[in-house]
Each structure stands twice: as C-alpha cells, then as structure tokens.
Design a protein around this ligand. Structure first.
Ligand code: F6R
Length: 619
C-alpha cells in the first residue's frame, strides 16, 4: 500500500518523481504529493485524488523548478485518516519532510505525548508524527541520518520512510522496516529510491532490495547503506532485473488490464520456462531449485493466500489432490494467522502472493517459520518480502502487472499449481503416469491455444461483447461452477465486483439450492461454467433449477456443446477437447473479459478501481 519514490542526483527531479509515481499508482491512488529542493528552498505540492491534480499544481511553475535535483514523492492508499490533501504525503514538520508506507502502531502514544507538550500535527496520519520525532533529534543537535535512526527506534510497526531535511538539502534518507523499499545507483550519477523496482527500471536494471533494518543514504558522494541498529555501513548486492521498461507501457491497448489479459499466453510460456527444465522431455521436469526438494518431502500441503491468489490455491487443491494424491488444505491467510492451527509434522506451508508483500500472507509465513514448519512461497516479484522470508521460493514469470485487478499473475499462479501437481504426480502416483504424461503434452500447447482463443475478433471475444451489451442492466450476477470451475466462478464474481462495481456472488453450483436460490428472479444473470468435464451434467441440472425460476443464463461451455447452448440466453464458446485440468486456463480469461467489458460499459476506472491497491501491505 502506498508508493514511494525519491531521487538525488543530476537529473531534473520533478519529472522523475512524477514519472515514478505514475508507475507506482497501482499501490494506491487516493492522494498524491511531491517535495523537492529548488535551490535551498523546500517546495511541497500535494493534493487529494490522482496524480493529475499534482501535475496541474506543478504546471504553473514548471520552468522555475527545472533546476531541482533532489526530492521525494508519494501516492497514498489511506489507512489512518481520510484521503484529503491535508493527509496526503509528503508531510512537513519543522526542517523535516517525509513520505511513509506502512503503519506506525504506537501512533496514539506518540500523539498523546506531543499533545502533553502542546504540539499538534496538522494531519490525521500516523506518518506525520514521525516528523516530530526526527525534529526533536535535530533540535538535540544530531545530524539528519542519526536523527532518522534514533527516531525510528521510537516507533513500532512495519514502516518504510524516505525523508529529506532543510539543514542538508542534497541528501535523501530512506529506512526500510517492513514495507518494501528498493534503491539503485543512477548510472549518470545519483541515487534512486522506490517502493518497488518499476520506477527505477527506466534508469537502471540493477536494483538493491533493502533488508529490514537498512538505512539508505543518497547524496553527492553516492549511496551508502547503514544498519539501523548500529549505524555501521553494510554491503548489499544489486539484483539484475530482466523486466524491460517497454513492458511497463500500455502497448496500444486502452487499459493495462486488457493488455495484461492478452499477455497471458506469454506469461504462461515464461512461467513454464522458469519452473521447468525445458531441456528434458519427460513429463513435468521441474527445474532444479531449492523449493523442489522441500515440496517433494511434504506429506501434506497447506496453501495460504488472499483474494485472487486464494482462488489459485483452491485450484491447486483440486489438481494436487487428484494428480499427486497429496492432501492439501487451503486457507485464507487473514483467518489462518489468528487461529491456532494444527499443522502436521510433515506439512509444508506454501504462501501464494503475486506481489509477495501481502501482510496477512507474510504473517503466516513468519509464524510458521518461527514454529519450525517448512515454508515455501510462490510470487511474481523477485526480491519481494515473501521471496526473502519463505525458506524457498518459486517465481512465476508474468512480468510486471500494472492493472490493479490480478489477471496474468493469477493464471501464472494457477500454472505453478498445476506444475507442482504434475511433478509430484509423476513421483508419487505411478498409477496415473499415463494421464500425467498426456496432460503434459497438452499443457505445453496451451499458450498457443489461449492466444488464438483471445484473438480480438474471434468467436470468444465477440460473444462476450455481444452478451455484455444485453446484461449490463442486470440487478446482479451469480457465477456458478463445479469442480475446477468453482474457483473460476469465485474469481469471476470477484473481478466483476472489483472493476465494474456490480454485485456478484460466486458459488459451487450444488450449493445454490441451500439458500442463495431465493435470490433468483428475472433480473438476475447466472453465469454457468459448464465445460466438458466430469461435472458438466450436474452443473446443467443446477442451470435448469435457476432457469425455471426466471434467471437469465449466460453459459460458458465447449464450442461444440449444442445441447448446453440451447439452454442459454447468452453463450460464450471456449475451446473444446482438452484435458479437463486445463479448462480453468480458458475459462478464466472469459471471466476477466466479461468484467472488463462491463466495466468499460459502466465507465469505471478499470486499471485503478476505487478503494483498492495492488499490494496490500496492511492487515
Ligand atoms: C484481485 C486482487 C486481490 C489480490 C489480493 C492478494 O484482483 O488482485 O484480491 O489477489 O490482494 O494479493 P497478492 O497476490 O499480492 O498477495
């Protein structure tokens, strides 16, 4: 949550900050701000709402600020205090100006202490209070870096803060303690700071992922990294990233989300190449990496995740149980972390998180490690906290995902689950070897099949557009499916709520009659996922139940399934004749495009839906 960017060096800083914040807007976008030194004068411009508002504020003075060379910026996802201009970062307190990502847990104590001395912050945020703590240290005669270190010692919680000081205008200091923070050396001289690598990639691909408890100092003499606790200098190696800046742009699509839906075939190919040993020809040959051994030892897997990643975990359960005959529990991280779960002696806990920064998922991994339980991670972001804190990590290779709604990262997580299922299946379940081998041969063709299915004027995309025109006024949507179509139905409902703000529920088709069917009338659209698989006929019985109560049916099924088609008011055909384990990979893009088209018809902000952020670093 919240995006931070900072710079000191030889480039004009205002443009750099704005460009960086644009890349980080997915982390939060309810208010934005920048602070920079123009000569010796500190300038702060901030506003509620999106980045454009701050750009407008800066336009009037653009030439005046062309000389500015050091600054910090922030895009906010409100936790403490409403998304107003006053609460927007940067916060200025005395000589200090700062931006913050995370939560200061003891903010009420700090606030009360300040009030006792007649000092009152201007905002409702926890962040501004940190400025008072630093100013006190400066007033006690400390230099800026030392003042930051000491002030940090007085706060509790997960926080990363980047700050500047009027007394030392050419210096930017960033502290990572929980929320992610990266730094990089600008090849043309200077130091970059950001919440993730995306703003930095335009300038360099060599990025340092700071450790918790690192203080990064950027100034004339370059970059130094110190230990927060001792102030001693430490060495941190840079990681070379393979994400090119071109991949961060919209590439001609109207929205990042649509671009990312269409990038799914490539995301699948890249993830296959990253996780498998492609030099081998046997089925599901996992590329050697530390996690493989740990996975093979598990006698039970506990999959832990939130939101869309939880749906990938649910699919993982179907595949791993069926192909590998290994028991799998699937848990919402936000619940699991506060239970007192029983985890078997031979269990492995696997956290799934595209960002690798989701607070609840990370809390489970930390807790399990503390109990001595082996932990694994699946994430799309190299150097993310999950990657560093789980005992071993598997990377999906979806590339950067800018749209807030997860699309290609979800399908890549699903692929990781299926690869785990297949590779464990080969080892653990010789009886199913022939099935697993046949599945593998189809799997490697899947990206091409998906690419043709997603063709812009193809039957699938046309059918979705036609259906959306007729269903956009519906009172609400039910998404139903059985077996592996059930998690896809949950994902379909989540996507529709998330980007089109339309009420939607996902249900296991067999559950409707246990209550929700009372909601059905002719204002309701029921999206029925009934591809040709073991569950199709049972799902069609459930379709009949809702149809006879007036629901309008949007059916999604095999292109040649005429009998299903004849029962539906609207029809979206998906490719036929594939192993049923692969069906979620063609059904999911239908869910994504359906939500996307409905959101466009409603005119919502598809890439930045209200109230959301891409990386949920608060619990
Ligand atoms: C929905 C969505 C969220 C995330 C959830 C977990 O489109 O993106 O539901 O899936 O916040 O995020 P990660 O995967 O980063 O842990």
């Amino acid at each position: 949550m919240c995006g931070i960017v900072g710079y000191v060096g030889s480039r004009p800083v205002v443009d750099l900050l704005i460009g960086g914040l644009r890349r980080l807007e997915y982390r939060g976008y309810d208010s934005t701000g920048v602070a920079f030194f123009s000569g010796q004068t500190l300038q702060v411009r901030k506003s509620e709402g999106k980045l454009e508002n701050v750009e407008k504020l800066l336009q009037a003075d653009a030439t005046r600020f062309a000389d500015a060379r050091s600054g910090i910026g922030h895009t906010r996802w409100a936790t403490h205090g409403k998304p107003t201009t006053q609460n927007a970062h940067p916060h200025e307190v005395g000589d200090v100006v700062l931006v913050h990502n995370g939560i200061i847990e003891n903010y009420q104590d700090i606030k009360a202490e300040l009030a006792r001395h007649g000092r009152h912050p201007r905002s409702e945020t926890d962040s501004e209070l940190f400025g008072f703590l630093v100013q006190d240290e400066l007033d006690a005669g400390r230099e800026f870096v030392e003042a930051m270190r000491r002030a940090f010692g007085k706060i509790r919680g997960q926080a990363s803060i980047v700050a500047m000081c009027r007394r030392e205008p050419g210096r930017v200091v960033g502290v990572r303690n929980g929320s992610p923070l990266v730094v990089a050396r600008d090849p043309s001289g200077g130091v970059l700071f950001a919440s993730d690598a995306q703003p930095v990639l335009e300038y360099t691909r060599d990025v340092i992922f700071l450790e918790n408890g690192d203080v990064a100092v950027g100034d004339d003499s370059g970059l130094r990294i110190l230990e927060l606790a001792t102030g001693r200098e430490v060495r941190r190696e840079a990681t070379r990233l393979d994400w090119s800046p071109e991949r961060l742009d919209k590439g001609g699509y109207p929205h990042y989300m649509l671009k990312e839906i269409h990038e799914q075939p490539v995301a699948l190919i890249d993830t296959l190449n990253a996780l498998l040993d492609r030099a081998k020809t046997d089925a599901f040959p996992m590329a050697p990496q530390p996690g493989v051994e740990l996975l093979a030892k598990a006698r039970e897997l506990v999959l832990v995740a939130c939101g869309t990643s939880y749906h990938a975990a649910l699919l993982g359960k179907y595949w791993i149980e069926s192909l590998a005959r290994l028991p799998v529990q699937v848990e919402l991280a936000s619940e699991f972390r506060y239970r007192d779960p029983v985890v078997g002696a031979d269990s492995v806990v696997l956290g799934i998180s595209q960002s690798g920064e989701t607070a609840d998922t990370l809390a489970v991994i930390r807790d399990m490690r503390a109990r001595g339980v082996p932990t694994l991670g699946v994430t799309n972001v190299r150097g993310s906290t999950l990657a560093r804190e789980a005992q071993a990590v598997f990377y999906t290779s979806a590339g950067p995902e800018i749209g807030v709604a997860a699309t290609k990262t979800f399908l890549s997580q699903c692929l990781a689950m299926l690869l785990f299922a297949g590779s464990l299946g080969v080892k653990r379940n010789p009886a199913h070897r022939a099935r697993v081998e046949a599945l593998f041969h189809q799997l490697v063709k899947l990206p091409h099949l998906l690419e043709s299915a997603l063709e812009d004027q193809g039957p699938l995309t046309q059918a979705i557009r036609n259906a959306c025109g007729s269903v956009q006024e519906a009172k609400g949507f039910f998404f139903i499916g059985r077996g592996t179509s059930y998690p896809v139905a949950l994902e379909g409902a989540l996507k529709l709520k998330e980007i089109a703000y339309i009420h939607a529920e996902g249900y296991a088709a067999g559950e409707l009659k246990h209550g929700p069917i009372a909601m059905i009338d002719d204002q309701m659209i029921v999206v029925v996922l009934a591809p040709r698989d073991a569950w199709r006929d049972k799902t069609i019985s459930n379709l009949e139940e809702v149809k006879s109560r007036g629901a309008r049916i949007l059916g999604v099924g095999a292109s040649a399934d005429e009998s299903l088609r004849s029962l539906c008011d609207f029809w979206v055909p998906v490719p036929d004749a594939m192993d049923e384990s692969l069906l979620p990979f063609v059904l999911t893009p239908v869910m994504q495009l359906l939500s996307y088209e409905l959101a466009c018809l409603k005119g919502t902000d598809v890439d930045k839906p209200r109230n959301l952020a891409k990386s949920v670093t608060v619990e």
